[in-house]
Write a protein that binds this ligand. Structure first.
Ligand code: 5GP
Length: 117
């Protein structure tokens, strides 16, 4: 496992963040460099998982929790007309922080042709 990630520091309260939602198990913050009018990061708190590649069967609940949190937060902040969920995996997948997290992007019409860019 590599050095402590920015998300671990945010969870520990060592780095400030704009918090949207927090429970015992999940933290939702605004991305520091938003790529859409609404760009949230949904981060599991219970343990560090570097990426989807590092998931084990027992992590099933954590993964479910991320998606259910996305659903609930989308309702809470009023994203009724839709949103995009993205999870980057590994360097070629565009992942820059090796701590698994879900991006929630919204507030504009997503272009169907940009997913693979
Ligand atoms: P990844 O590239 O790993 O899929 O996503 C990492 C995301 O974390 C990027 O969108 C990046 O802008 C965001 N990010 C990096 N450092 C910070 C930070 O200190 N605070 C917040 N709120 N977001 C960050």
């Amino acid at each position: 496992m590599s050095e402590v990630t920015v998300f671990e520091k945010i969870i520990a309260g060592e780095i400030p963040c704009e918090k949207v939602y927090e429970s015992d198990r999940v933290l939702v913050i605004r991305d520091i460099a938003p790529q859409a009018p609404t760009h949230l990061l949904i981060i599991p708190k219970s343990k560090r998982i570097d990426s989807v590649d590092h998931l084990v069967d027992e992590d099933c609940e954590i993964v479910g929790e991320l998606f259910l949190t996305a659903r609930d937060v989308a309702k809470k902040v009023g994203l009724g007309s839709g949103y995009r969920l993205v999870m980057n995996v590994g360097r070629d997948g565009g992942q820059t922080v090796p701590y698994m997290h879900l991006h929630l992007l919204a507030g504009k019409k997503m272009d169907e042709s940009t997913i693979g860019e």
